[in-house]
Design a protein around this ligand. Structure first.
Ligand code: N01
Length: 524
């Protein structure tokens, strides 16, 4: 796919060189950025571009091509409400099928021309004088009135800081950057990590490698995966029986929402799930010593619950060893653990997750007083307002912002809720002729105090685990603490009163800002 810039990206020659100017710039084209592009197009808010660092849409689903990659939310729910797909071949789709779906949606809604692919955002600076965002990219400069971050939480691989790892002479790569040229067949392979990615990779390659060492720091809880292919009759029904697919989607949605009671409100209600997980351990792992090693020591749900029917059987294979001693050092051709054991290895798969609460991208976005998102988060934690705006960053909106993540159901539902809010925000800016709009710090603080109060009852805060849900201040800044329909309802209208605004007026000389939006907001 060659990079494209549309006609509406007007070039302006200025002292700073040529910049492309649009009303709205969206960064990233995963489910969130692509969904926003479709919505804005449908509503005739055409003056926007999506900057995407990859060569195609799809985001994390484009990048995570590791063997066994699949979704742990059923596809009829893990898809856009406006683009249901009767062709899903199974209940839990694999990465290739999901990526094909996302690409087909981009084609169907004809939004590829609104994208600039292979365009890496290097920095974004708020220019207060002109009330606009100046965005430097690998393809030059862009200027926009509104900036939308849709970069997602799972985009920056986190590499472990292990002594000697850079001197390893064999193949080594992160799960999200799988090297398909590396042939692991018949090789001695180490997998570091036992999270959602690793438990899919291990069974997918265990049969073909000569030996595998799985390095576990914390044992995860595993539940059964109710995955199966759809029959031809079911697929015909999804396609031709009116309402059947919507009904199926609704059934999945409400079944998964029931988990919120245990996860967020009363962790004691997680007990039945723990019993299921314990029974699974008992049935699938016959070796008592191995079973003890993989039995988690925290409450189920505290870390993300994983689903697999193949992981435990893979660990039980003769050519697979589970290593629970910490890694002390990586040498040219081996890994040494704290107990002094050295294990020779030809390749290392690093399945150690992502920079979620400490993404390097935060250091590239500079708000009102010149401070970066990283600086702001460093001081006060990763706080936002309704996951969609952050004080100090005027004219900027977030999709998949702080506290919008989930432990139980489809992120696509949250994303569509946020796209509603974004669309209404853009309408408000247009209708009220706003020059700037910035969430009030007092509103953000009150919102977060309430969030943290609600989260304090959750299993994520009380379950006795360390997880990437928590930031360095110990706050849960990643998860939404309640039902997703509450989130949807909260974002159904745009509450401009929570924002400071200035209004642009035409004068003979220029366009100037005349009033703080307080009066305007109060008048509503
Ligand atoms: O990453 P993770 P992931 N030395 O952070 C270990 C989504 N997802 O890529 O638990 C040794 O979950 C770390 O150990 P510990 C989903 O939201 C979804 O697997 O921190 N080990 C852990 O075991 C998921 O939550 C799907 O003690 C180290 C592992 O590495 C998110 O992506 C599939 C280490 C990291 O697990 C991330 O999943 C895949 C070190 N220095 C991903 N550092 C589906 O839909 C970390 N670890 C199925």
């Amino acid at each position: 796919m060659s990079p494209k810039v549309t006609d509406n990206a007007v070039s302006t020659a200025g002292a700073e060189g040529t910049a492309r100017r649009v009303n709205t710039l969206i960064i990233g084209s995963g489910f969130a950025g692509l969904g926003a592009a479709i919505r804005l197009t449908q509503e005739g808010k055409d003056d926007f571009l999506v900057l995407e660092r990859g060569s195609d849409v799809g985001g994390t689903w484009r990048d995570n091509t590791y063997p066994g990659a699949a979704c742990d939310v059923p596809s009829h729910l893990y898809s856009y409400s406006f683009a249901l797909n009767p062709e899903w071949t199974r209940s839990f789709s694999t990465q290739p099928e999901i990526q094909k779906y996302i690409a087909s949606v981009a084609d169907k809604f004809d939004v590829r021309d609104k994208h600039v692919f292979d365009c890496d955002m290097q920095s974004a600076h708020w220019n207060a004088e002109n009330a606009e965002w100046e965005v430097q990219t690998s393809q030059g400069k862009f200027v926009s009135k509104v900036l939308v971050s849709a970069v997602g939480a799972l985009c920056e691989p986190s590499l472990p800081d292990i002594k000697g790892i850079n001197g390893f002479e064999g193949e080594i790569f992160h799960s999200a950057q799988w090297n398909h040229d590396a042939n692991l067949e018949g090789k001695r392979v180490a997998v570091i990590g036992t999270g959602a990615s690793a438990i899919q990779i291990v069974p997918a390659i265990a049969k073909s490698v000569s030996h595998m060492d799985v390095y576990q720091r914390t044992a995860p809880w595993l539940l059964p995966r109710a995955d199966r292919p759809y029959t031809a009759v079911e697929r015909l029904a999804f396609k031709h029986v009116p309402g059947f697919q919507r009904l199926s989607r609704a059934g999945i949605y409400w079944a998964r929402e029931t988990q919120v009671f245990g996860l967020a409100k009363a962790p004691i209600l997680m007990k039945p799930l723990e019993l299921v997980a314990r029974a699974k351990l008992q049935i699938e792992i016959r070796d008592a010593e191995l079973r003890e090693k993989v039995t988690p020591d925290f409450q189920i749900g505290c870390k993300r619950m994983l689903i697999s029917n193949e992981y435990y059987p893979a660990l039980s294979r003769d050519n697979v060893d589970l290593v629970t001693d910490g890694i002390k050092e990586v040498r040219a051709n081996s890994i040494v653990t704290e107990d002094g054991t050295e294990r020779e290895v030809d390749a290392i798969v690093v399945a150690t997750g992502f920079h979620v609460t400490d993404s390097p991208a935060f250091a590239t976005i500079f708000g009102k007083d010149g401070r970066s998102l990283a600086d702001v988060f460093d001081e006060g934690g990763q706080q936002g307002y309704k996951g969609s705006a952050i004080a100090n960053f005027p004219n900027m909106f977030f999709l998949v912002g702080p506290n919008t993540g989930l432990g139980h159901t489809s992120m696509v539902f949250m994303i569509e809720s946020q796209i509603n809010y974004l669309s209404k925000a853009l309408e408000t800016i247009e209708k009220q002729g706003l020059r700037t709009i910035e969430v009030k710090k007092s509103e953000q603080d009150a919102y977060n105090a309430d969030l943290q109060e609600r989260l304090s009852k959750s299993v994520w805060m009380n379950g006795g685990c360390a997880s990437w849900y928590l930031d360095k201040h110990g706050n849960n800044t990643t998860l939404w603490p309640s039902f997703t329909f509450e989130f949807r309802r909260m974002l159904n209208s745009f509450d401009v009163a929570a924002y400071d605004t200035t209004v642009a007026v035409e004068t003979d000389a220029d366009v100037v800002a005349i009033s703080a939006g307080k009066e305007k907001a109060n008048a509503r």
